[in-house]
Design a protein around this ligand. Structure first.
Ligand SMILES: [Zn+2]
Length: 105
């Protein structure tokens, strides 16, 4: 029953939308304006900035604009030195599960 570990439930997504892979964190979300789905692949060590504030060791601050509308989505997140999520904010977007991203509609 290994999929119990890999599969996130909707409520987990609200607390921590990041899927942890060996060398990356992946977040799926949709645009609050038009519903376009996004997948962002964040490579550890490349796409993260170093932080020296508080407990945070790595931060993400990215902006996304889809192809369906000009609505901006901003992702801000802080992680500790083991890439564990400390807090995040997704402005203009809503986190979704991998299953929802891959499904049609
Ligand atoms: Zn949009």
């Amino acid at each position: 029953m290994f999929w119990f570990k890999k599969r996130k439930k909707e409520k987990d997504i609200i607390n921590n939308p990041f899927y942890n892979e060996q060398n990356a964190l992946i977040i799926y979300f949709k645009c609050n304006n038009c519903g376009e789905k996004f997948r962002s692949y964040l490579r550890k060590g490349y796409d993260f900035s170093n932080s020296y504030e508080g407990k945070a060791a790595y931060i993400i601050n990215k902006e996304y604009i889809g192809s369906k509308c000009s609505h901006r989505i901003q992702l801000i997140a802080e992680f500790d030195n083991a890439y564990r999520l400390l807090n995040f904010d997704l402005i203009g977007g809503t986190p979704i599960t991998k299953e929802e991203f891959e499904s049609e509609g």
